[in-house]
Design a protein around this ligand. Structure first.
Ligand code: C2E
Ligand code: MG
Ligand code: MG
Ligand code: MG
Length: 277
């Protein structure tokens, strides 16, 4: 029997591939920001930009459904440069309001092997004072380690902070970990979501935190959804947390408001602090 759902999916993908250039050019993409909060200081440390596609017919499409398509369509460089420019504008707005937070964008592994992307992104970064960071996965580096590490070093040299994203989820390699000029390691949410109900996840998370600290990196746990996970991460010495407990990804205006109310994160503040519970 013909598998109609699969046929639909294949059609979908081709349609999305065809529609992407227009979507990027005509403003159908937008960013949401998800804060990373410093556990000990109970303050926003930085934030991550996550791209969304507001499709005129299909509605909201999440990156899981179009990043791979953009890579295959050869549109990932254009999409990422658009994201970089937008994040710079937003970062300058925040800095102008006295909240000079570092904003991170996700960089697809393919781009670390793309010299023209690297040159263009470096030129854009050099032309601004914005505090920026890139999140990259290790899988990205394993493909072509020498050029990836060289390109990452050139971003680090112009002030872009690097974070290793989704640590532990892919083909993790301790050999590359020690060569990367990264300041931050983000533990994948697959180890964090069941942190307090699993036997092994706490062991993996704690040893990863210790490893990262030994390598002089700061650690962020992503996917923090419960107060009990936050409490355990705090005991384990995790530096920063990110997840629905703290905040869902927010549109820029809602994010600005969240940042402006940063004081509320402190215990005894007026409100929504997960730390105060
Ligand atoms: P990521 O960088 O690991 O981002 C974390 C994902 O986990 C986000 O999904 C976020 O909404 C979700 N998340 C955050 N907190 C929680 C939580 O407490 N619980 C759960 N269950 N999920 C949580 P999103 O926005 O759908 O992004 C998925 C992936 O798409 C990202 O994973 C990133 O790899 C990629 N991506 C997003 N934006 C971009 C981009 O601009 N460029 C590239 N190349 N990739 C992007
Ligand atoms: Mg990320
Ligand atoms: Mg991640
Ligand atoms: Mg992830």
């Amino acid at each position: 029997m013909l598998d109609l759902s699969r046929a639909d999916l294949a059609f979908d993908k081709l349609t999305l591939m065809r529609e992407l250039p227009r979507a990027i050019a005509e403003g159908e993409m937008f960013l949401q920001y998800q804060p990373k909060v410093h556990v000990r200081r109970q303050q926003i440390a930085s934030a991550e930009a996550l791209v969304r596609w507001q499709h005129p017919v299909r509605g909201l499409i999440l990156p899981g459904d179009f990043i791979a398509v953009a890579e295959e369509a050869g549109e990932i460089a254009a999409l990422t440069l658009w994201t970089l420019r937008k994040v710079i504008v937003d970062q300058r707005v925040l800095a102008g309001e006295g909240r000079d937070l570092r904003l991170f964008i996700n960089i697809s592994g393919l781009l670390l092997a793309d010299a023209s992307f690297v040159a263009e992104a470096c030129a854009i970064v050099r032309a601004t004072d914005a505090k920026l960071g890139f999140e990259i996965t290790e899988t990205a580096v394993i493909r072509d380690p020498d050029s990836a590490i060289r390109h990452l070093q050139s971003f680090a040299d112009i002030g872009v902070e690097l974070a290793i994203d989704d640590y532990g989820a892919g083909l993790s390699s301790l050999a590359y970990l020690k060569q990367l000029p990264a300041k931050e390691l983000k533990i994948d949410k697959m180890f964090v979501l069941q942190l307090t109900s699993s036997n092994r996840d706490p062991l993996i998370v704690r040893s990863t935190i210790d490893l990262a600290h030994a390598l002089e990196m700061e650690v962020t746990a992503e996917g923090v959804e419960t107060p009990s996970a936050l409490a355990l991460l705090s005991v384990m010495g995790c530096d920063m947390v990110q997840g629905f407990l703290i905040s869902r990804p927010l549109g820029f205006d809602a994010f600005r408001k969240f940042v402006a109310e940063d004081g509320h994160l402190a215990p005894g503040g007026t409100g929504h602090s997960p730390f105060a519970r």
